[in-house]
Design a protein around this ligand. Structure first.
Ligand SMILES: Nc1ncnc2c1ncn2[C@@H]1O[C@H](COP(=O)(O)OP(=O)(O)OP(=O)(O)O)[C@@H](O)[C@H]1O
Ligand SMILES: [Mg+2]
Length: 274
């Protein structure tokens, strides 16, 4: 575990065989999106979205269903191609002129995404689920991958489940295993899309606590779509409110929840507060 002020910058060998080192330090911009646009048919889902993420920050994204939150995360993860705009990662252009640049392939192993529905392979135990990508993508040996799996599981408090199958785990345990799997690739950017929505509040709090500890100890940039306003106000460094495909508010959680005069944000917060 590294100190928050000395983030890991070790080189990784990527699928292209190239070696790239991430240079952004804590507090510096890791990801920067400008003018992202995306339409499905005649429906504009992202309208000119500008978005920055800093190393060591948790950015919480909130907003009504269909407002474009997942589309932004998917665009940053390389799962959706924007129609227009530019994305920079660690100071280099990874997406421009409607396509990914060659740099993308060199940095994509630094980007982890976790979804609401558990994406563990049901027929493999936790160890196999965790070691698959590093072995295939990074060419890691079985022993090395296994050592890293044990370390990742320890980080999320799941050491005892190395050989459990997903069906033998609770929802919160599966979600923590999914986080451990994302950690296997030593991401600098972790994109979490409603990963606690299906969990009981105490279990959700536990999973979110894991993320908070990780960003503090590992100095990674985390973006988190959540409906958990308590977590958003407590753990977020930045609070982004999406409204109809636009970032309507991007500020500190305190400012957003207590001093924003954005009428749509007020309506949204009132509606989810009970
Ligand atoms: N592959 C797709 N094809 C067509 N429309 C899509 C596709 N993906 C997303 N959309 C539409 O884009 C809009 C934004 O979707 P997105 O998933 O980003 O919303 P969201 O803010 O994440 O919502 P939720 O809170 O419900 O997850 C929605 O109206 C959705 O139906
Ligand atoms: Mg979504």
């Amino acid at each position: 575990m590294t100190d928050a002020n000395t983030p890991k910058t070790g080189p990784v060998t990527t699928r292209t065989g190239a070696v790239r080192t991430i240079t952004a330090a804590v507090g510096e911009v890791l990801v920067s999106a400008r003018g992202l646009q995306k339409s499905f048919g005649d429906r504009q889902v992202m309208k000119n979205v500008d978005f920055d993420m800093l190393v060591g920050d948790i950015t919480v994204i909130i907003g009504k269903s269909g407002s474009g939150k997942s589309t932004l995360l998917r665009a940053l993860a390389g799962l959706t191609e924007p129609d227009d705009g530019r994305i920079m990662f660690d100071g280099e252009i990874v997406f421009d002129e409607q396509k990914r640049t060659p740099v993308w392939k060199e940095v994509d192993s630094y980007i982890g995404m976790i979804f609401q529905s558990y994406t563990l392979w049901p027929h493999m135990d936790v160890a196999k689920n965790l070691t698959l990508a590093p072995r295939k993508k990074l060419g890691m040996s079985e022993d090395e991958a296994m050592e890293r799996a044990k370390k990742s599981l320890a980080e999320v408090g799941m050491s005892q489940h190395l050989h459990s199958r997903p069906a033998q785990l609770s929802g919160g345990e599966r979600q923590r295993a999914a986080i451990a799997r994302a950690l296997m690739m030593e991401p600098k950017l972790l994109l979490c899309d409603e990963i606690t929505s299906a969990l009981d509040p105490p279990v959700a709090a536990e999973v979110l606590g894991v993320l908070q500890r990780l960003k503090e100890e590992e100095g990674i940039a985390v973006a988190l779509v959540t409906h958990d306003m308590a977590f958003a106000s407590k753990a977020a460094d930045r609070l982004v409110f999406f409204h109809e495909g636009e970032i309507a508010v991007n500020t500190t959680p305190d400012e957003a929840f207590n001093r924003s005069d954005n009428p749509e944000l007020k309506k949204f917060v009132d509606a989810v507060r009970f």
